[in-house]
Design a protein around this ligand. Structure first.
Ligand code: PA5
Length: 327
């Protein structure tokens, strides 16, 4: 609920961070709640940005990343090994790099190597810091002459979020109750069905349900879903699904695609819920959906009696990474 305040904090520093030079593409490197910032940027940039955006959720940088690339390394903690390894290889290849974190090894290394470093406020879980990380990058690009979102649009989006915040609280609580009774109690698999370019939001919902509510979720995105996944419904092995549809009401084709998906799912389930995105533009719709997904996942965690802040298995994995990635 403090996202508007969080964004205002970033807006105060809009114009402070700048990269000089000419770039052919932006490459965003990060994992989980940090890496998804790259997915959001990719959607926004595809609509109107001047550069293509590639997202790397790995410790290996693709071969095409070179001196013409702007590499943005994001790790909220600053300690995620995959991102640290990518940082190391970016420095070895003398790439142009910017680091975003709330501290950690990445901060120390960025300072030591004279790499442009953007600090976001610490003390919360990475996924809850989505707006700080996203708006920091939007500010950097705008100031550097590669605007995807202008300061004015960023300011308008905060006003929007402030306006809709309390209604989101109510609708998220309602959705969490539906998920609890329709999916959790009967043990049904949650399918999140949407259309492009909102696949990124379905992914965000999935990640929030995974990490905060400790739930498995399947993501279906039209129209690609119609070219493979759909065929599984010709001879279904299971019927225990509940479907959460996310639609952008301003996208007529998208809405018709999701309607078609519902016809197919109806063969195996009668359990549907629809979230209609609000907002004047894609940024606002993404913010709206992200807040609904986040709050719903917290309410659902409460209903399930699980702690949304603790992700034991991710910590277990992180402890193992040093061993796994040892050459
Ligand atoms: O949201 C989370 O807690 C995770 O998805 C983390 O973002 C992920 O484990 C990567 O960590 P970090 O964001 O600190 O690099």
């Amino acid at each position: 609920m403090s996202w508007p305040k969080m964004i205002r904090g970033v807006l105060e520093k809009w114009g402070v961070y700048r990269v000089e030079g000419v770039f052919d593409e932006v490459v965003v490197v990060g994992m989980g709640g940090s890496g998804i910032v790259g997915d959001y940027l990719q959607v926004l940039a595809a609509e109107r940005g001047p550069l293509p955006v590639y997202v790397v959720k790995s410790y290996i940088l693709p071969r095409f990343v070179d001196e013409d690339s702007l590499v943005l390394l994001i790790s909220y903690s600053g300690n995620t090994l995959e991102t640290l390894l990518a940082f190391k290889s970016a420095l070895l290849s003398k790439l142009r790099v910017v680091v975003v974190s709330s501290g950690g090894v990445l901060k120390e290394e960025a300072w030591r190597r004279g790499v442009l470093y953007i600090e976001v406020p610490g003390g919360i879980v990475p996924r809850a810091s989505l707006p700080s990380m996203l708006y920091s990058i939007l500010g950097l690009l705008d100031t550097s002459g590669y605007s995807v979102i202008t300061l004015r649009e960023a300011e308008e989006s905060v006003v929007f979020l402030e306006d809709v915040k309390s209604s989101i609280l109510g609708s998220s609580s309602k959705l969490a109750k539906w998920l609890y009774s329709e999916c959790v109690i009967p043990g049904r698999l949650v399918i999140i069905a949407t259309h492009t370019p909102m696949g990124v939001l379905a992914l965000r919902f999935k990640n929030e349900f995974n990490e905060n509510s400790k739930l498995h979720v399947k993501v279906d995105v039209a129209p690609e879903w119609m070219h493979n996944d759909i065929v599984g419904y010709e001879a279904p092995l299971r019927r225990d699904y509940c479907v959460l549809e996310i639609i952008d009401p301003d996208n007529a084709v998208g809405c018709k695609l999701v309607e078609f998906m519902r016809d197919i799912y109806s063969e195996v389930t009668k359990s549907f819920y629809r979230v209609e995105l609000r907002g004047e533009n894609t940024l606002e719709k993404l913010l709206y959906g992200s807040l609904v997904g986040g709050l719903t996942s917290i309410f659902l965690a409460e209903l399930r009696g699980v702690d949304p802040l603790i992700t034991k298995t991710i910590e277990l994995y992180k402890l193992k990474t040093k061993e796994i990635f040892k050459e």
